[in-house]
Write a protein that binds this ligand. Structure first.
Ligand SMILES: Nc1ncnc2c1ncn2[C@@H]1O[C@H](COP(=O)(O)OP(=O)(O)OP(=O)(O)O)[C@@H](O)[C@H]1O
Ligand SMILES: [Mg+2]
Length: 626
């Protein structure tokens, strides 16, 4: 509020490029809508702003009374009373200043909180296709930096723009009331003072940008060289002397920019001081002449000068008002942009809940291709979307099969055939282009997403664990599970012994992405998570990585537990799975090229026989050999 130099300088640091940006129509209206729930607080804010500005013009008027009515008429009690009043008003002004800062930041914080939460919820509702196409870092940036920027901008607009505008208006009104002639002259001269300040403000802006750029360049040199991979490369191939020179160059640039920034800041302050001195000289000079000629009283001259002094800071603050407002709008626009993406996979208005119980899964002539960026409605988000390299091609053609309740259907086929894709269509991570997927006769697109995903349990190729405790990871599947149920699931997944042997047991942190566990252990934890959920339909993408034989046997047992009594679609990489399967589907280039049991398929020449020879027989040899 009525900022002072420091406030001015920081607002000049903002990027003036925002002024060249085109803001989408409607952004202003929507930004106001975001603020609408806080309108009571905003109104109160305005009232306090006016009160605070009134105090700042009250002081000069009191000086006037002290001189005219007190000093010149030698009324001592009156002087003392007014002096006490000045002190009292000072305290009040300080308190109101604090209140204003509190209110502006409070409103800003409330706005950012609701924006962030809504954005998180919205992004979470986006289909998988969205996440496979966005750059996570850039997306997170929108949630953190842009919503944060929106808050700063909001607070800035409130305190700088609203606060300063009210102050300037009141001060000028008071000056006109005191002497419109002097006010007019001073106001006519004002551009003369404001323009140099603006000039230096722009240079500060430029040098601040330079500081950011050079600073970023210097850090990226450090990050490149100091991460493990970079450090290794530098040690094995590097020329340290050259690296030091590069770094020194960047660091020197940064120092120079720093010196410039300090100098420009000082220049800006000096301009303000000069401006203040000239205006004071003018007011005292001309006002003094008028007072000497008895055209104006002494108190009024002093009051005018004092009012004038309260004009500079708010006025220079307002000289940058476009940048402040545009920065606010740009931040909000970037947040709205993400908010406007419509999720491709949505629940129908009259979706039915999928009942639990035995499940019959049917693929009916399913054709599928992965959606393009435009369909994921990411086209407008070029900065965070992964660019399109080629047009999407059809990945699945006429996939048609039935898994009866309790049956185990195995999908086998070469890498890239479309097996994982088939499995992802069942819980509706993607929607089919034509044909349908039905569970107990109901198209999955007609069910509620919640019930669909509750009834289906999936273990993916590389089981993911959150960076949290084992217990929290398991509870994610079923928040109300008791410790006993968790332990029983772990026991069935053949991992309880290991968990119990850890010093912290269930409270052991699994480490970033589960790196603290081996591949086989992680898989068994994922299976325990699935067992806890107790789904009716299991979709399993077996790990391709070969496990050692003890681990393999443990995973095997765990899987057996997970599959019994449930309809299961398993992407099989293990011989034991295909041997057990009620039906094997051989997938090649998105088509089911062979189907049947192991006995039937291995007896006829074809892709399955080849796969069996190459992949599964080797496993058998390894297992019998060990
Ligand atoms: N998110 C995606 N966007 C676009 N194309 C994809 C995507 N995921 C997979 N594909 C393509 O779809 C085809 C089928 O992939 P899929 O992952 O289903 O193969 P897979 O049979 O599971 O192979 P693997 O045995 O190696 O796991 C591949 O050509 C792949 O390039
Ligand atoms: Mg796969």
């Amino acid at each position: 509020m009525r900022g002072g130099w420091a406030g001015q300088l920081s607002s000049f640091g903002k990027d003036s490029k925002v002024l060249q940006q085109k803001i989408k129509p409607g952004t202003t209206r929507r930004t106001l809508a975001v603020a609408a729930p806080h309108s009571a607080m905003l109104l109160l804010f305005l009232v306090v702003v006016i009160a605070s500005a009134s105090i700042s013009i009250a002081n000069p008027l009191i000086y006037r009374e002290i001189i005219n009515e007190g000093i010149l008429k030698q009324n001592v009690p009156f002087i003392v009373r007014l002096a006490l009043m000045i002190a009292g008003l000072g305290v009040l002004e300080a308190a109101l200043g604090l209140l204003l800062t509190y209110m502006a930041t409070h409103i800003g914080a409330a706005v950012v909180l609701s924006l962030r939460t809504r954005l998180f919820e919205h992004v979470q509702g986006m289909p998988l296709a969205f996440f496979s196409r966005t750059q996570t870092g850039a997306l997170v940036n929108r949630l953190v930096t842009d919503t944060g920027g929106a808050r700063t901008a909001f607070t800035d607009v409130l305190s700088n723009v609203a606060g300063n505008a009210v102050t300037v208006a009141l001060v000028v009104a008071a000056m006109i009331a005191l002497s419109w002639r002097i006010t007019l002259i001073v106001l006519v001269l004002l551009p003369l003072f404001v323009l140099p300040a603006r000039y230096w403000g722009r240079r500060i802006q430029a040098v601040t940008r330079e500081l950011y750029d050079v600073g970023a360049a210097m850090s990226s040199v450090m990050v490149e060289r100091f991460n493990v991979a970079g450090a290794l490369l530098a040690k094995l191939f590097g020329r340290p002397a050259e690296d030091v020179r590069t770094f020194e160059g960047k660091a020197a640039q940064l120092s120079q920019a720093g010196v410039k920034a300090a100098l420009y800041g000082r220049m800006f302050g000096t301009m303000l001081l000069l401006m203040a001195s000239f205006a004071t000289a003018l007011a005292y000079g001309w006002g003094g002449v008028l007072a000497a000629r008895h055209a104006l009283d002494l108190g009024t001259v002093v009051a005018l000068v004092s009012l004038l002094a309260r004009l500079y800071a708010p006025l220079t603050g307002l000289s940058n008002v476009q940048v402040t407002i545009m920065t606010a709008l740009v931040s909000f626009e970037r947040v709205f942009e993400v908010m406007d993406l419509t999720p491709m996979i949505q629940e129908k208005a009259h979706a039915t809940a999928l009942a639990s119980g035995p499940m019959r899964l049917a693929f009916e002539h399913v054709a599928f291709r992965y959606p393009s960026a435009a369909e994921v409605s990411l086209a407008s988000l070029e900065s965070i979307a992964v660019p399109e390299k080629r047009a999407p091609r059809t990945v699945l053609h006429d996939v048609d099969f039935v898994a009866e309740p309790g049956q185990l259907v195995a999908l086998v086929g070469p890498s890239g055939a479309g097996k994982t894709t088939i499995s992802q269509l069942i819980p509706r991570l993607y929607d089919v282009q034509s044909g349908a997927i039905r569970i107990n006769g109901v198209d999955v697109r007609d069910t509620t997403l919640q019930s669909l995903r509750d009834r289906i349990g999936v273990v993916t190729q590389d089981a993911h664990l959150f960076h949290d405790t084992i217990r929290a990871n398991l509870l994610y599947a079923r928040p109300d599970a008791t410790d006993e149920q968790i332990r029983s699931a772990l026991r069935d997944a053949q991992i309880l012994e290991l968990v119990d042997s850890l010093p912290d047991g269930l409270d052991t942190m699994v480490g970033e992405r589960g790196y603290r566990f081996s591949g086989g252990e992680k898989q068994r934890l994922a299976i325990a998570r699935l067992l806890l959920k107790a789904p009716d339909l299991v979709v399993l993408d077996e790990a391709t990585a070969h496990l050692d034989s003890t681990s393999e046997a443990a995973v095997q047992q765990a899987l057996e537990r997970a599959l019994t009594g449930r309809t299961a679609i398993v992407i099989a990489h293990r011989l034991s799975t295909v041997l057990k399967a009620d039906q094997i589907l051989v997938v090649q280039e998105g088509r089911i090229v062979q189907r049947g049991t192991h006995e039937r398929l291995s007896a006829v020449p074809g892709l399955y026989a080849q796969l069996y020879q190459r992949q599964f027989l080797a496993q058998e040899a390894a297992q019998t050999g060990s």
